[in-house]
Design a protein around this ligand. Structure first.
Ligand SMILES: [Zn+2]
Length: 492
């Protein structure tokens, strides 16, 4: 997409953030690539997550960390349920930890159900890796590269060093540094800390018997993948060193331990475990199909008029109309069951909302309410819609004078409707399918089986760590992206 659109999307995000109501995630976000994941704005939390929290003897800190964990899950699609893949990731972490300088520390790793390419760590030893990142890995050493980097942050207590005056408070004012002027409280590590985590990670990977060149390969994949991606609006400024710089560091780190092509890569086990992995947005969390947004989890659909570009960003949907005179943000709203929608609109989360404008509505049977707010440069229309299992809010912004704002808003609101049972059943996620290369297969031929995605050939090459023009050998295993509902065969 053109860079003008990208700039436009960033602008939207900034504008909309000014009307945000609450501080968001305070995770010690550590982004493996140059593209930090989007951060959710919803701080009200769903039900607690099962499973013990990593050890710490500071009672207060523990509960803050616990809340932090819930926020990370909330902002990143929750836990990706796949016991077999989870087992592989946990095994890698265990093997890395045993080879680290602190084999006494314990870790718990969580796979996040997010298509974003990202990884995080919390000082308690909780590690997170997204399924979007796992999809890019072609062998266990590439995954080990990410996990060892995160372990490096934990061992070095980087997150704790971020606290002003050494005061441990994950909800304190850490965010100011990384997100000056925004409501976000996401913490970025310093460049020095990132380089240190890379160094520690490379040593750990090499000692554990993984190929330390896995970092080089994965960083390349992350970088190439970012170029394929449609721009999202919530791209945060990153403290991570620029990719080229980081790849150079990874090269020289790896050279300290081995030469390329010698160490263990465990490609077969990795590919067997990502077979069937959900790829891209999960329809249960909301997925863009053309001008439609389908949310099978809440059971609704919504459409934008021609001329809009839609981008998923975390659990939010951002829309920009060509020319930039209109934009929208659709995101989950945590509205208690007992609160009516009028009261929710009047509760003060949106600045400048005119209480006299609040009105109830019904959208194809869905209970809803609307309101308006005026900013200095934009007119805002707000819609909240309630479903059986939750609620969404739509913030529509238009520059006054561009179009009839109320009419444009009504037309947009009118596209909300419940999905039928058949539509919900139809809304299957894309999945990775690992296939064996046959004689006569070429990247171009195999990529033709990936009709469900844009730029299939480029995506095929990136996904499989191949360069343009590279040939395949019969018997090689490669990943495809399919919409055939493929599920990994049971492991014998
Ligand atoms: Zn990092």
């Amino acid at each position: 997409m053109a860079s003008a659109v990208f700039v436009g999307m960033r602008f939207i995000a900034r504008q909309l953030r000014r009307f945000r109501y609450v501080a968001g995630l305070a995770a010690f976000a550590c982004v493996v690539g140059v593209w930090p994941a989007a951060v959710s704005r919803n701080s009200q939390m769903p039900a607690p997550v099962p499973g013990p929290v990593a050890t710490t003897n500071k009672g207060d800190f523990l509960s803050a960390e616990r809340r932090e964990e819930l926020r990370v899950l909330d902002a990143n699609g929750g836990v990706y349920q796949d016991a077999q893949l989870q087992g592989l990731v946990a095994d890698i972490v265990e093997r890395l930890a045993a080879s680290s300088d602190r084999p006494d520390l314990r870790y718990r790793v969580v796979i996040l159900n997010s298509p974003a390419v990202n990884a995080f760590s919390l000082p308690s030893g909780r590690l997170y890796v997204t399924r979007g990142l796992i999809a890019l890995a072609n062998d266990a050493s590439e995954l080990a590269a990410v996990l060892s980097h995160e372990i490096g942050h934990v061992i070095s207590r980087h997150a704790l060093l971020q606290a002003p005056g050494g005061h441990v408070d994950p909800f304190g004012g850490f965010g100011a540094r990384a997100f000056a002027g925004s409501n976000f409280a996401l913490v970025g590590f310093s460049r020095t800390q990132e380089v240190e985590a890379d160094n520690i990670g490379a040593r750990m990977s090499a000692r554990a018997g993984y190929d330390p060149y896995g970092t080089v390969r994965l960083l390349n994949a992350v970088s190439r993948n970012a170029q394929l991606r449609a721009p999202a609006a919530d791209e945060a400024p990153s403290s991570h060193p620029a990719t080229a710089d980081r790849i150079n560091i990874a090269q020289s780190n790896a050279r300290r331990y081995t030469v390329p092509g010698v160490a263990e890569r465990d490609a077969a086990v990795m590919l067997a475990n990502v077979d069937g992995l959900v790829y891209g947005d999960d329809p249960n969390e909301g997925v863009v199909r053309g001008r439609q947004f389908l949310h099978a989890g809440l059971g609704f659909r919504f459409a934008v008029p021609q001329g809009y570009s839609l981008t998923r960003s975390g659990d939010a949907l951002l829309g920009l109309r060509g020319g930039g005179g209109e934009m929208l943000l659709l995101e989950p709203a945590a509205i208690p069951r007992e609160q009516n929608l009028r009261d929710y609109l009047a509760s003060g989360w949106m600045e400048n909302l005119d209480p006299r404008s609040i009105a109830e509505a019904s959208l194809h049977g869905l209970p809803a309410a609307t309101a308006s707010a005026e900013g200095s440069q934009w007119s805002f229309r707000i819609l909240v819609v309630r479903f059986d299992k939750g609620a969404m809010r739509l913030i529509f912004a238009a520059k006054p004078g561009t179009r009839d704002v109320d009419r444009a808003f009504r037309e947009l609101a009118d596209t909300f409707r419940p999905m039928t049972a058949a539509e919900i059943a139809e809304a299957k996620p894309l999945r990775l399918r690992v296939v064996t290369v046959q004689p006569g297969d070429s990247p171009a031929k195999l990529a033709r089986r990936m009709a469900a995605v844009d730029r299939p050939l480029e995506r095929f090459l990136v996904l499989n760590g191949l360069s343009a023009g590279q040939t395949l050998k019969p018997g090689d295993k490669v990943k495809l992206i399919t919409q055939d509902g493929h599920v990994r065969p049971a492991v014998k």
